[in-house]
Every structure is written in C-alpha cells, then in structure tokens.
Design a protein around this ligand. Structure first.
Ligand code: GUN
Length: 281
C-alpha cells in the first residue's frame, strides 16, 4: 500500500481561511483578537516557533505581541508579566512558551495565567475541565492531530497507540481519541517491547522526539501514522518515523515538516479567536 499524505499545510490553509473570515466578522463588531506570547531566554527553536505563531496570527487579521524576557529573568518578573497580561483587556490569548529557564517554576507560571486567556490549555483549571467534559481550551497539538485524523474517517472502535505521555501531547490526545470511541494504549519509555507491539494498532501517534523510532517494518499494513516528532538533525527537521519505509505500508501518514506543525499553530489561532469571542459575549 502507498500512503495518502496528510498534508498539514493544505489542511491548515483551509482551516485558517475560515478563521480569517470569523476574525473579520468579529472586527466588524469592534473586537480584534489579540494573541500575546511570552518567551524567556534565547533558545533558537523556541524563538522561531514564537515568531511563526505571531506571523500566523497577523496573517489572518489578528493582533499579536511578543514579550521577550532575558534568560536570567526571575520568577517574579515572569509572574508580573503574566499578571499584567491577565489584566489587559486588549489581550485575549496568553501563551507562555515552555520550557522555562531553571530558576522559574513552570507550574507556578502556568497556574498564574487566567483560565479565560489560557489558549494553550495548560492551566490546571482548564486541564480539569477537559477531563470532565466542560468548556475549556483544548491543547493545540492534540487538537491539530484530531483535525488531521478527521481526514481519515471515523475512529470508532480503532485501536490506537499513543507513544509519549506528556501533558502537552500524549495525555490530552489519548483523552480526545477516547472521546471519539477509539481504544487507546498510552505507551512510554518504560513500556515493555514497545516497538514490537506497534504492529497491532490501526493508528499510531508518536510524540517522542526520537528520530528512527519506528520504520515501515514496525507498523501494520494500512495503519494511520501521525508523526508528532520534531527533532533537528543536521539542520533538518525530522520526525520519529522513517517516512519512506512507513509510507509504503501506511494508509495515511503525516510528513515532517508539513504535517502536525502547521495544525498546532492553526489551533493556537483557533483558541485565540474562541477566547476573544468568549470574553466579548
Ligand atoms: N513548547 C513546545 N510546545 C509548546 C506549546 O504547544 N505551547 C507552549 N506554550 N510551549 C510549547
């Protein structure tokens, strides 16, 4: 079987066109959605990620801002920044890029973002609401993965392996897949004989950050492969899955780059628009 490519750039483009239309409707009512990103330090990958989020926001007519603090910023400075964005009526979505430098307690900072503006869905109040089925902000990468999977048909009854148990991807996507009536196995670094088990699954979502973790030989014929890995190797972005061999066996596969990444950014915009609408209701 030769896999159909889940082209994240194309799917994101259509989704963003719809968001742009909704942004312009909201602007006619006098509200311009604003996404403000806080970044601490000068990590190259984080900086470029933050810039692409802001550019994407501006491309669909939103306002965007970056608050860039020094690598040696104190926890108090970061918390003060978040507090002033919480109070700013013109800011609808706040996103603090993680990881944060050692001297800043990440949990304290995520706790400080007001849940109404927490477009990442990382605040414990929003995480709790997600798991109890209440109105919330769903984390962006899991939401993007679910959008890609909509293009592959129903997930009902499918056996899904999610590899990686992070709060940002693995755990929330397992919850969203379960809501779609899939049967989910959450695998991680301590899973026994993990790679040899992958052949049993209809869908594989790999969010580890380990290039070459899976190849075509490891997956079931006709499986759906969602590669969330994004590791820079020799200046190139690569996923967890060997694309060439896997695309000969899968029914659908996401490339890296150009698969999940564009959808993650799209969902930041989606959640910012949602935040602006909720705050002006
Ligand atoms: N760092 C890596 N992924 C993310 C994300 O989705 N949001 C934030 N805020 N930081 C990240």
């Amino acid at each position: 079987m030769t896999a159909e490519i889940l082209n994240g750039r194309e799917i994101a483009k259509d989704y963003r066109a719809d968001l742009e239309r909704q942004v312009s409707e909201l602007k006619e009512k006098g509200v311009t959605p604003n996404l403000t990103v806080v970044i601490v330090g000068n990590d190259g990958a984080s900086l470029s990620y933050v810039k692409s989020k802001n550019k994407a926001a501006e491309n669909i007519g939103m306002e965007s801002g970056i608050v860039h603090l020094e690598e040696d910023a104190t926890e108090e400075e970061v918390l003060k920044t978040v507090e002033s964005l919480n109070q700013d009526k013109n800011v609808h979505g706040i996103l603090v890029q993680v990881p944060l430098p050692k001297q800043v307690d990440e949990n304290k900072v995520l706790d400080a973002i007001t849940p109404e503006k927490d477009v990442d869905g990382f605040n414990p109040v929003n995480i709790g609401k997600l798991y109890t089925g209440q109105e919330t902000f769903v984390p962006c990468t899991p939401l993007g993965i679910m959008e890609l999977l909509k293009h592959t048909g129903s997930l009902e009854g499918k056996d899904v392996a999610v590899i990686g148990r992070s709060h940002i991807v693995g755990q929330p996507v397992a919850k969203l897949l379960t809501d779609q009536n899939a049967t989910v196995t959450l695998m991680h670094s301590r899973t026994k004989d993990m790679v040899s088990k992958i052949k049993d699954f209809d869908v594989v979502v790999s969010a580890v950050g380990k290039p070459g973790l899976l190849t075509g030989a490891d997956i079931k014929e006709g499986a759906i492969v969602i590669d969330v890995g994004n590791t820079v190797v020799d200046g190139k972005l690569v996923g967890d899955v060997d694309y060439e061999s896997a695309s000969e066996k899968a029914s659908y596969i996401t490339p890296v780059p150009g698969g999940v990444g564009p959808l993650t950014i799209t969902m930041v915009l989606n959640n910012t628009l949602l935040a602006a609408k909720r705050q002006n209701n």
